[in-house]
Design a binder for this molecule. Sequence first.
Ligand code: ADP
Length: 187
Amino acid sequence: MFVLILGAPGAGKGTQGKILADRLSLVKITTGDILRAAVKAGTPIGQDAKKFMDDGKLVPDSIILDLIKAELADPRAKQGAVFDGFPRTAAQAELVDRVMGERGQRLTHVLLLDVPEEELVRRLHGRAVLEGRSDDTPEAIRTRLQVYQRDTAPLIAHYAQRGVVHRVPGTGSVEQITGEIQRIIGR
Ligand code: ADP
């Protein structure tokens, strides 16, 4: 089972992805966490990525594609995985499709966490106060929401053609949303 959690910043991908991965004993691959760890460790990728992240822009595909390839090669992801935060561009989706295809794998579910824009803005500003993430400034938040609409939302149509997209209302309690995902996944 390979599940992609898709949704705007603040939609709850990290929260629901973790619950799902724990329940199904799957690895969760989260490019945002990997990049934040690289920034913290000061690796070359982290140094390159930091400015883009702080501005709320996407880290360029020239940096991300190799990172994704390496993550997909993780032996623990052989039987299945939950993808959170990627693919985020058409080029990333092509790479994921190609690498998985070469292994006879495919995305089995794309869960689209659907949250109205006003609620996303409210959540992201609330989280800024709690977590102090450097990309939760008002300008970066605005940019991230725009970048999602422009670069990532088109992937919905790409996957919908294959009939694997399930729209999940992302408002309500965490438990309600988890329940809806459980119903869709069927376990
Ligand atoms: P959010 O979904 O709230 O924007 P993430 O943790 O997924 O949070 O991403 C934070 C930042 O990390 C993004 O704004 C972007 O700069 C970078 N990033 C994460 N994943 C990718 C990716 N697949 N491609 C490009 N940039 C990424």
